[in-house]
Design a protein around this ligand. Structure first.
Ligand code: IMP
Ligand code: MG
Length: 170
């Protein structure tokens, strides 16, 4: 498949540092639990938390993937749940890209039912075109209108995660 450069590694890196700074200011005096949605988020997640200057803990959730298709079915199936109890915690849910919004909304609903003190969402990319459910993204890296994006952890059928920049498949 052909691809076109969309966001350079340099742009990603400065944006992620900025998000880390903003989160650190907003959470001053708190110790949030950062929850990454596996697998695509791992590159972004590791860079983001290392740009934070406050204490935090980390955990991960894995929802069933799309397989080789490019759209989300709307049903949430958890393959891996968080292991740290989240009751009373300030959660920051970290996602690579929000498309229809189904995955994130289901995860937020599920986590909210377990009594955390607060939930905020941080997403590297907010992809608008196919949004079906509004998702309140508190910390957003980049807004894009459409296209299937790969690189910096984002995959198409497990390919292209290794790329340092983000590309759109054409
Ligand atoms: P949603 O439930 O439709 O919002 O799907 C979100 C999930 O689908 C993301 O966490 C990604 O794993 C995947 N996804 C959606 N769009 C893209 C894309 O353009 N490139 C790679 N993965 C994507
Ligand atoms: Mg994902």
């Amino acid at each position: 498949m052909k691809r076109e450069l969309l966001i350079s590694g340099t742009e990603i890196s400065s944006k992620v540092k900025e998000l880390g700074r903003r989160i650190s200011l907003d959470y001053e005096g708190k110790e949030p639990l950062c929850i990454g949605i596996l697998n695509g988020v791992v590159f972004f997640f590791a860079d983001l938390v290392r740009a934070m200057t406050i204490p935090y803990s980390i955990d991960f959730i894995r929802a069933a993937s799309y397989g080789s298709s490019m759209t989300s079915s709307g049903n949430l199936r958890l393959i891996k749940d968080v292991e740290i109890p989240i009751q009373g915690k300030d959660l920051i849910i970290v996602e690579d890209i929000v498309d229809t919004g189904h995955t994130l909304n289901r995860i937020v609903k599920n986590l909210r039912g377990r009594g955390p003190r607060s939930i905020n969402i941080c997403a590297l990319i907010d992809k608008r075109e196919r949004r079906k459910e509004e998702v309140p993204i508190d910390y957003c890296g980049f807004r894009v209108e459409s296209g299937f994006l790969v690189g910096y952890g984002l995959d198409y059928n497990e390919q292209y995660r290794y790329l340092h920049d983000i590309y759109v498949l054409t």
